[in-house]
Design a protein around this ligand. Structure first.
Ligand code: ATP
Ligand code: MG
Length: 142
Protein backbone atom coordinates (compact mmCIF):
# COMPACT_ATOMS: atom_id res chain seq x y z
CA UNK A 1 0.00 0.00 0.00
CA UNK A 2 1.18 3.49 -0.77
CA UNK A 3 0.56 6.84 0.83
CA UNK A 4 -1.98 8.73 -1.26
CA UNK A 5 -3.90 11.99 -1.22
CA UNK A 6 -7.59 12.37 -2.05
CA UNK A 7 -10.06 15.25 -2.31
CA UNK A 8 -13.01 15.32 0.05
CA UNK A 9 -15.97 17.70 0.02
CA UNK A 10 -18.56 18.13 2.75
CA UNK A 11 -21.50 19.09 0.56
CA UNK A 12 -24.01 21.90 1.30
CA UNK A 13 -26.45 19.60 3.14
CA UNK A 14 -23.64 18.55 5.51
CA UNK A 15 -22.48 22.10 6.24
CA UNK A 16 -26.07 23.37 6.61
CA UNK A 17 -26.77 20.69 9.25
CA UNK A 18 -23.60 21.56 11.22
CA UNK A 19 -21.93 18.20 10.56
CA UNK A 20 -18.46 19.50 9.61
CA UNK A 21 -16.70 18.55 12.85
CA UNK A 22 -18.32 15.13 13.08
CA UNK A 23 -17.45 14.24 9.48
CA UNK A 24 -13.84 15.43 9.69
CA UNK A 25 -13.50 13.43 12.91
CA UNK A 26 -14.56 10.26 11.10
CA UNK A 27 -11.82 10.78 8.54
CA UNK A 28 -9.22 11.27 11.27
CA UNK A 29 -10.48 8.26 13.22
CA UNK A 30 -9.99 6.15 10.10
CA UNK A 31 -6.36 7.09 9.71
CA UNK A 32 -6.79 9.90 7.18
CA UNK A 33 -4.80 13.06 7.91
CA UNK A 34 -5.98 16.56 6.95
CA UNK A 35 -3.24 18.30 4.93
CA UNK A 36 -5.39 21.21 3.67
CA UNK A 37 -8.93 22.39 4.32
CA UNK A 38 -11.12 25.43 3.74
CA UNK A 39 -14.71 26.55 3.40
CA UNK A 40 -15.81 28.01 0.08
CA UNK A 41 -19.06 28.72 -1.71
CA UNK A 42 -18.88 27.59 -5.32
CA UNK A 43 -20.52 29.57 -8.09
CA UNK A 44 -22.74 27.58 -10.45
CA UNK A 45 -19.96 27.75 -13.05
CA UNK A 46 -17.35 26.43 -10.59
CA UNK A 47 -19.63 23.54 -9.62
CA UNK A 48 -20.19 22.78 -13.32
CA UNK A 49 -16.43 22.78 -13.88
CA UNK A 50 -15.85 20.44 -10.97
CA UNK A 51 -18.50 17.94 -12.14
CA UNK A 52 -17.69 18.34 -15.84
CA UNK A 53 -17.53 14.53 -16.33
CA UNK A 54 -21.26 14.39 -15.46
CA UNK A 55 -22.28 17.17 -17.89
CA UNK A 56 -24.36 14.84 -20.06
CA UNK A 57 -26.09 13.07 -17.16
CA UNK A 58 -29.78 13.84 -16.47
CA UNK A 59 -29.03 15.00 -12.91
CA UNK A 60 -26.30 17.51 -13.89
CA UNK A 61 -28.53 20.58 -13.42
CA UNK A 62 -29.85 19.41 -10.07
CA UNK A 63 -26.35 18.43 -8.92
CA UNK A 64 -24.65 21.73 -9.79
CA UNK A 65 -27.53 23.79 -8.39
CA UNK A 66 -27.23 21.86 -5.12
CA UNK A 67 -23.43 22.11 -4.94
CA UNK A 68 -23.56 25.90 -5.35
CA UNK A 69 -26.51 26.42 -2.97
CA UNK A 70 -24.44 27.20 0.14
CA UNK A 71 -20.87 26.72 1.44
CA UNK A 72 -18.92 23.47 1.27
CA UNK A 73 -15.78 22.34 3.09
CA UNK A 74 -13.08 21.06 0.75
CA UNK A 75 -10.30 18.99 2.30
CA UNK A 76 -7.19 17.17 1.12
CA UNK A 77 -6.80 13.91 3.05
CA UNK A 78 -3.61 11.86 3.15
CA UNK A 79 -2.97 8.30 4.23
CA UNK A 80 -2.29 4.72 3.17
CA UNK A 81 -4.67 3.85 0.34
CA UNK A 82 -6.45 7.18 0.95
CA UNK A 83 -8.66 7.18 -2.18
CA UNK A 84 -10.29 3.80 -1.45
CA UNK A 85 -10.24 4.32 2.32
CA UNK A 86 -12.08 7.62 2.04
CA UNK A 87 -14.72 6.11 -0.26
CA UNK A 88 -15.19 3.26 2.21
CA UNK A 89 -15.77 5.73 5.07
CA UNK A 90 -18.24 7.72 2.88
CA UNK A 91 -20.32 4.71 1.79
CA UNK A 92 -22.26 4.10 -1.42
CA UNK A 93 -23.55 7.01 -3.56
CA UNK A 94 -27.15 6.10 -2.73
CA UNK A 95 -27.57 6.24 1.07
CA UNK A 96 -30.22 3.52 0.85
CA UNK A 97 -27.44 1.19 -0.31
CA UNK A 98 -24.68 2.47 1.98
CA UNK A 99 -23.17 0.14 4.58
CA UNK A 100 -23.84 0.54 8.29
CA UNK A 101 -21.58 3.05 10.00
CA UNK A 102 -20.70 4.99 6.84
CA UNK A 103 -21.20 8.76 6.59
CA UNK A 104 -23.82 8.49 3.87
CA UNK A 105 -25.75 5.80 5.76
CA UNK A 106 -25.78 7.90 8.91
CA UNK A 107 -26.36 11.39 7.47
CA UNK A 108 -27.35 11.47 3.79
CA UNK A 109 -31.00 12.03 2.98
CA UNK A 110 -31.05 11.19 -0.74
CA UNK A 111 -28.86 10.15 -3.66
CA UNK A 112 -28.73 13.81 -4.71
CA UNK A 113 -28.01 15.33 -1.30
CA UNK A 114 -25.54 12.72 -0.13
CA UNK A 115 -23.43 14.84 2.24
CA UNK A 116 -19.91 14.04 0.99
CA UNK A 117 -17.84 13.76 -2.17
CA UNK A 118 -14.67 11.73 -2.60
CA UNK A 119 -12.30 11.32 -5.53
CA UNK A 120 -12.83 8.02 -7.35
CA UNK A 121 -9.24 7.40 -8.51
CA UNK A 122 -5.71 8.59 -7.81
CA UNK A 123 -5.66 10.31 -11.18
CA UNK A 124 -8.90 12.23 -10.50
CA UNK A 125 -7.73 13.02 -6.97
CA UNK A 126 -4.74 14.93 -8.39
CA UNK A 127 -7.00 16.85 -10.80
CA UNK A 128 -9.56 17.67 -8.09
CA UNK A 129 -6.94 18.74 -5.53
CA UNK A 130 -5.44 21.11 -8.10
CA UNK A 131 -8.93 22.48 -8.86
CA UNK A 132 -9.34 23.77 -5.31
CA UNK A 133 -5.90 24.17 -3.74
CA UNK A 134 -2.74 26.02 -4.66
CA UNK A 135 0.50 24.28 -3.72
CA UNK A 136 1.18 26.81 -0.97
CA UNK A 137 -2.06 25.80 0.79
CA UNK A 138 -1.02 22.14 1.12
CA UNK A 139 1.42 21.20 3.87
CA UNK A 140 4.56 19.41 2.67
CA UNK A 141 3.54 19.98 -0.96
CA UNK A 142 7.02 21.27 -1.80
P1 ATP B 1 -19.23 11.97 -5.63
O1 ATP B 1 -18.60 12.11 -7.00
O2 ATP B 1 -20.08 13.15 -5.23
O3 ATP B 1 -18.24 11.56 -4.59
P2 ATP B 1 -20.04 9.33 -6.28
O4 ATP B 1 -18.68 9.19 -6.90
O5 ATP B 1 -20.42 8.35 -5.23
O6 ATP B 1 -20.24 10.76 -5.67
P3 ATP B 1 -21.06 9.84 -8.92
O7 ATP B 1 -21.58 8.77 -9.80
O8 ATP B 1 -19.72 10.42 -9.21
O9 ATP B 1 -21.14 9.32 -7.42
O10 ATP B 1 -22.15 11.00 -8.91
C1 ATP B 1 -21.80 12.32 -8.48
C2 ATP B 1 -22.92 12.88 -7.64
O11 ATP B 1 -24.05 13.10 -8.46
C3 ATP B 1 -23.43 11.96 -6.52
O12 ATP B 1 -22.68 12.04 -5.35
C4 ATP B 1 -24.81 12.52 -6.31
O13 ATP B 1 -24.76 13.69 -5.49
C5 ATP B 1 -25.22 12.91 -7.70
N1 ATP B 1 -26.00 11.84 -8.32
C6 ATP B 1 -25.55 10.65 -8.80
N2 ATP B 1 -26.55 9.90 -9.28
C7 ATP B 1 -27.67 10.64 -9.11
C8 ATP B 1 -29.05 10.43 -9.40
N3 ATP B 1 -29.47 9.30 -9.97
N4 ATP B 1 -29.92 11.41 -9.08
C9 ATP B 1 -29.51 12.57 -8.50
N5 ATP B 1 -28.22 12.83 -8.20
C10 ATP B 1 -27.32 11.89 -8.49
MG1 MG C 1 -17.88 10.61 -8.25
Amino acid sequence: MAKEQTLSIIKPDGVERNLVGEILQRFEQNGLRIVATKMIQMSRKQAEGFYDIHRERPFFGELTEFMSRSPVVVTVLEGENAVAKHREVMGATNPAEAAEGTIRKDFAESIGENTVHGSDSLENAAIEIAYFFAKIERVNAG
